[in-house]
Design a protein around this ligand. Structure first.
Ligand SMILES: Nc1nc2c(ncn2[C@@H]2O[C@H](COP(=O)(O)OP(=O)(O)OP(=O)(O)O)[C@@H](O)[C@H]2O)c(=O)[nH]1
Ligand SMILES: [Mg+2]
Length: 193
């Protein structure tokens, strides 16, 4: 057993057994999508302009190569989201948890994605970002607003999943402080075959 594990670890390290996955970063403008993608790419907090044109980047986390599309979140860009929703292995939906005035708008966008038949089996990671801000919502509050209570989501531990729940889970994070988002990607990884 030790020998098998040793070789598996060595192969993984060498990049064999690498899987790949197509994901999109969605969420309102100013939520932190581009900041997160740059953080995953370069491990740096980068200040950027609002995304006008979709941009694509590959980021490797663990043994998965995530082919990621960062789409703008402003109203006009949201109309293009659907075009990216075929052949997806996951959706990263980011919310600014400190912007209480726009939670309802976020919920509307999230709900319209959740209603799409073609996304029924696609795992959703919902990030409540910017928890470094003192006015940010607590996880329970965000779940209340979104109508995603603990018993309605998949479960953070994929081994103890809620029976019948679709693959969606909420993770609070701060891209700025580099906390929380790794758990979301770890959770998503369990769905990538
Ligand atoms: N305090 C705080 N600010 C953050 C965090 N993550 C992102 N921001 C800031 O939020 C603002 C918006 O971030 P972006 O990554 O450009 O947002 P976006 O979702 O890509 O927005 P669009 O491209 O317009 O759709 C920037 O000023 C970021 O620096 C965080 O964790 N904490
Ligand atoms: Mg952006």
């Amino acid at each position: 057993m030790f020998v098998v594990n040793f070789f598996k670890a060595a192969f993984e390290w060498l990049g064999f057994f690498q899987k790949s996955a197509n994901i999109v970063f969605l969420g309102l403008d100013n939520a932190g999508k581009t900041t997160l993608l740059y953080m995953l790419q370069s491990d740096r907090f980068t200040q950027t302009d609002s995304t006008i044109h979709p941009h694509q980047a590959e980021v490797t986390i663990g043994n998965i190569r995530f082919n990621s599309y960062d789409l703008g979140g402003h109203l006009q860009a949201r109309k293009t989201w659907r075009e990216y929703c075929g052949q997806l292995d996951g959706i990263i939906f980011i919310i600014d948890s400190a912007d209480r005035d726009r939670i309802a708008e976020s919920k509307r966008e999230l709900d319209s994605l959740l209603e799409m038949k073609e996304l029924e089996t696609v795992p959703f990671v919902v990030f409540g970002n910017k928890i470094d801000k003192k006015e940010s919502l607590k996880e329970e509050e965000l779940r209340d607003y979104l109508g995603l209570h603990y018993h309605q989501t998949y479960g953070k531990d994929s081994k103890q999943k809620n029976p019948g729940a679709r693959p969606i889970e909420v993770f609070m994070c701060s891209v700025m402080k580099r906390v929380g988002y790794a758990d979301g990607f770890q959770w998503l990884s369990n769905f990538i075959k």
